[in-house]
Design a protein around this ligand. Structure first.
Ligand SMILES: N[C@@H](CCC(=O)N[C@@H](CS)C(=O)NCC(=O)O)C(=O)O
Length: 225
């Protein structure tokens, strides 16, 4: 059994996808980084760098428990453990490793709304054509997935929070940007319903009591097909 220390962000999603693809049984432990749980004594022992994701494999090398931190290292560990996704041939193996390293260190988004600055290395909806061009240059015309998509609504996220009306507006605008960009074949909204246990992270289309925000109606009326 593998213990997975996680919440909802893309670094964590990579590990969820890998565990599912490898059909490995795992148990989730949520570390609420918005509340500072990553600095608690229990999690600090697992990752002294105080970040998720982290895993503890209770059937690690030699049958002993083994802890792995860093999303890229976790993917490599699970690949090696299961014999999946990592070719044995050295050149092919390092084709995988080098691009994994490169992508792990891509600077992430900070401000995702459609009017966000177009700084070259920021991942924002406003920067999507540049990101698409970069990916095309590296890998050719591959399909693209946009993840961790959603706009935080209050309360109590003062840093990233927007009003319900703005959330609906940004959903419309961002979806229009995504549709104008070829090869976007997956667009993952962050939360459908606000999360009762996560104080500062509320990008749901519904509140925790099931009240529909304006973005819900926007979502259901988005053009399909
Ligand atoms: N290089 C690390 C980055 C992990 C990371 O930034 N985790 C975030 C959530 S996505 C976190 O734990 N943030 C809490 C903090 O930095 O205090 C990896 O790829 O695993």
């Amino acid at each position: 059994m593998i213990d997975l220390y996680a919440l909802t962000s893309p670094n964590v999603q990579k590990v969820y996808i890998m565990l599912e693809e490898c059909a490995l049984p795992y148990k989730e432990h949520f570390v609420d980084v918005w509340k500072g749980d990553q600095y608690g004594p229990e999690f600090s022992k697992i990752n002294p760098n105080n970040k998720i994701p982290a895993i503890v494999d209770h059937d690690g090398p030699g049958g002993n428990p083994y802890t792995v931190i860093e999303s890229g290292a976790i993917l490599l560990y699970l690949a090696e453990k299961t014999g999946k996704f990592l070719p044995k041939d050295m050149a092919k193996k390092y084709d995988v490793v080098q691009w994994l390293m490169k992508n792990t260190f891509r600077r992430p988004h900070h401000d995702t709304h459609p009017d966000a600055p177009k700084a070259r290395d920021l991942m924002t909806m406003a920067n999507l054509p540049a990101i698409r061009a970069e990916v095309t240059r590296y890998f050719g015309a591959v399909p693209l997935w946009l993840t961790e998509y959603g706009y935080q609504t209050n309360p109590p996220d003062n840093a990233f929070g927007v009003s319900w009306a703005k959330q609906a507006q940004y959903l419309t605008e961002s979806y229009a940007i995504a549709r104008k960009n070829p090869r976007i074949d997956m667009f993952l909204w962050f939360l459908i319903k606000d999360e009762p246990n996560i104080g500062g992270w509320q990008s749901g289309l519904e509140t925790i009591t099931g009240r529909k925000k304006p973005a819900w109606n926007t979502f259901v009326s988005l053009p399909r097909g």
